[in-house]
Design a protein around this ligand. Structure first.
Ligand SMILES: NC(=O)c1ccc[n+]([C@@H]2O[C@H](COP(=O)([O-])OP(=O)(O)OC[C@H]3O[C@@H](n4cnc5c(N)ncnc54)[C@H](OP(=O)(O)O)[C@@H]3O)[C@@H](O)[C@H]2O)c1
Length: 313
């Protein structure tokens, strides 16, 4: 059964994607250079099937996840399930090369070719530049993206973990819009909203990100995707300061705790897409139920203040 998950536009672009993204970083086994075994394949297939059943139509990859095995096992799944590729949006990332970052045109081209080959698909629906490269030459990025789009190998371009000036620099030469920025954001890491809430407080120190990134993305039609929406699992562990509040809200409404966690991200008017990374089918379904909850302003702030452990100014 397909959950009626909300579909959203990639901002002003006609492309529709599910409000929640399924993140494929943890499928495909270990990071060791060993083949995918049967048990690892079962876990991966179970997670992809659960995501499809729950209504996720947007799948997030990176060229190097699990030493390419995430894309490989996903490609195997697509080959064994004809018809799936046509109804989903597949994004991947490039630019992280072990000990260094690489936004060169050559790497962009090679990375996309590799992702297409491993997944057995003809086009990536979106390529994200995984992390800022200090040696970036924006003209090279622009040229490579344009070539890939013209060749029909790429539909959209975006970035991940990029600051406002880094996006500005790219936008100056790109012929194609930046349609997404994937950033860490959750009740376990709420810096994206905290930097604005506490901007002029004496005690607020500089955050890792340049200020205004979330508003900048809203202003420029750049969809924010939230990686690690469960803080990599930490958020629902005993002892996390927001855990009790999440638990009591979930109990009151009769929903799983995971739904409260994603509902908090989904409530933000920027239309942020949580990128859910669990490989457990029940959790993948539970996270999707966040679409059914509309938190009030008061509830949203209540969760935030519980998570940061202090009152707002
Ligand atoms: N752009 C970037 O730089 C970047 C960085 C990191 C990740 N990502 C993307 O974001 C996706 C999500 O990252 P993530 O996996 O760290 O995110 P996450 O959804 O916050 O964490 C998932 C992890 O938490 C565990 N977990 C424990 N209890 C859980 C619960 N009750 N509900 C949900 N998960 C629970 C899961 O274990 P089980 O699998 O056992 O359920 C899994 O190991 C990745 O797949 C990747 O696509 C992007």
């Amino acid at each position: 059964m397909t959950h009626p998950m909300l579909q959203i536009h990639l901002n002003s672009h006609p492309t529709l994607v599910s409000h929640l993204v399924y993140g494929c970083m943890r499928i495909g086994g270990t990071r060791e250079p060993t083949p995918i075994d049967d048990a690892q394949r079962r876990v991966a297939y179970g997670a992809i099937e659960a995501a499809l059943e729950a209504g996720y139509t947007c799948f997030d990859h990176a060229d190097f996840y699990r030493r390419h095995k995430s894309e490989l096992v996903f490609g195997d799944f697509l080959r064994e399930h004809p018809g799936v590729r046509e109804r989903i949006f597949i994004q991947s990332k490039c630019g992280m090369r072990g000990d260094f970052f690489d936004a060169s045109a050559e790497h962009l081209r090679n990375s996309v070719e590799g992702s297409l080959r491993r997944m057995g698909i003809e086009r990536l629906d979106m390529l994200l530049l995984h992390r800022p490269d200090a040696l970036i030459e924006p003209e090279e990025v622009a040229q490579a993206v344009d070539e890939l789009v013209r060749a029909g190998k790429l539909l959209h371009f975006g970035v991940s973990n990029h600051t406002v000036p880094q996006m500005e620099l790219l936008r100056r030469t790109l012929d194609h819009p930046i349609v997404a920025n994937q950033l860490e954001f959750s009740l376990a890491q709420p810096a994206l909203v905290m930097e604005g809430l506490e901007a002029n407080l004496v005690q607020s120190g500089p955050t890792a990100l340049a200020t205004g990134i979330l508003d900048y993305c809203r202003l420029h039609d750049i969809r924010v995707q939230a990686w690690s929406p469960f803080g990599g699992g930490k958020l629902l562990e005993e002892g996390h300061p927001a855990r009790e509040r999440i638990r009591s809200m979930a109990a009151t409404w009769g929903v799983p705790e995971e739904a409260v966690v994603t509902a908090w991200i989904l409530r933000h008017p920027a239309g942020i897409q949580p990128v859910v990374g669990s490989c457990t089918p029940e959790r993948i379904h539970a996270a999707a139920r966040g679409c059914d909850i509309a938190l009030t302003r008061a509830q949203w702030y209540e969760l935030l203040t519980a998570a940061i452990g202090r009152r707002l100014p």
